[in-house]
Design a protein. Structure first.
Length: 318
């Protein structure tokens, strides 16, 4: 599961949204204060009603600072929206949920029917990740993504209509949130377009055979476009550092590729997944909450954006 190391796996027999909230440890509300105050260096109190705070009501935990027109989407509203999506088509299940940090951000995961890529037993499991921020920074966001159990890769599904990326849908916390969430629910039917597009892309890549030379050339191009430079010569400290970094990365890519190609065949899909798997599992996340930060980055952050760019480039080779 895309969220297997954070949050809680949900029982499939839960139908009451309150039971889901309990199991996901999301059974709490958020309120917005009427203003926000502080003390100056001289001890004088200052106050403004233009800025407010979001507060978790069960713990009085401060979650964020927001504008006075900020609209809260409660956890119960998110769960009920997810239940409506799960009931939209047969085979969709609400399977995961939880909070990041102290509740500044919460998420739910819905699983859709899986499919195989190419002629091999290479399963892809589509998910719809639903994300809501109580911190004043994150919108209510839903994103189509997939998990590849063979190597635990995550790849966001995307279909582009002009400049509009249909892999995700988001709404900001202002205005009529009831109307916006209804529009969001109606838009989520497009998630099937996104996952079907990824299925077509994966099969197209799997149909492109690769040799060791073409795999190596592909990785050289991907690395120089999306990661770092590969030095032409190694004469000084900087060039040695860059060369060692590239050689270390390429060794890991080959280890993944050889293991998968021996079972699934040698093709562009396997070469592509070696790269996205490297991003998922080898990107460094420091400080507290490293596991949570990795999850956020792989699905919503810079790692997700990088993988999408690499997918776009790879599709030009099909």
């Amino acid at each position: 599961m895309i969220t297997e190391h954070v949050g809680h796996r949900l029982s499939e027999n839960l139908t009451d949204y309150r039971d889901i909230l309990d199991q996901a440890e999301l059974n709490w509300n958020v309120e917005v204060t009427a203003g926000i105050g502080a003390k100056t260096s001289s001890g004088e109190p200052v106050y403004t009603s233009e800025k407010c705070a979001t507060v978790r009501t069960d713990t009085n935990q401060l979650l964020g600072v927001v504008g006075k027109n900020y609209k809260v989407v409660q956890n119960s509203e998110l769960v009920q929206l997810a239940q409506r999506v799960a009931g939209y088509e047969p085979g969709i299940k609400l399977v995961h949920g939880g909070a990041i940090g102290n509740g500044e951000r919460v998420f739910l995961g819905l699983q859709m029917p899986s499919f195989n890529v190419g002629n091999a037993d290479d399963e892809m499991r589509p998910y719809l990740a639903m994300w809501n921020g109580h911190n004043g920074k994150d919108s209510l966001l839903t994103i189509a993504t997939t998990k590849r159990p063979f190597c635990s890769n995550i790849q966001n599904a995307a279909t582009k209509e002009g400049k509009k990326n249909q892999s995700y849908w988001s709404i900001r916390h202002k205005g009529d949130m009831n109307e916006k969430t209804e529009d969001l629910f109606n838009a989520l039917s497009k998630v099937y377009i996104a996952t079907n597009t990824l299925k077509e892309q994966a099969n197209a890549m799997a149909a492109v055979p690769m040799t060791q030379v073409s795999v190596s050339d592909y990785w050289d191009n991907v690395y120089t476009q999306f990661f770092d430079e590969i030095p032409d010569k190694v004469e000084d400290r900087k060039e040695r550092r860059l060369n060692n970094k590239w050689l270390s990365t390429k060794t890991k890519l080959w280890q993944t590729y050889d293991r998968e190609a021996s079972q699934l065949g040698s093709n562009l899909w396997i070469a592509f997944n070696a790269v996205t798997g490297h991003i998922d599992h080898n990107t460094i996340h420091r400080g507290e909450g490293r596991t949570e930060n990795r999850f956020v980055n792989n699905i919503f952050g810079s790692s997700a954006r990088k993988k999408q760019k690499i997918l776009d480039y790879t599709m030009t080779l099909v």
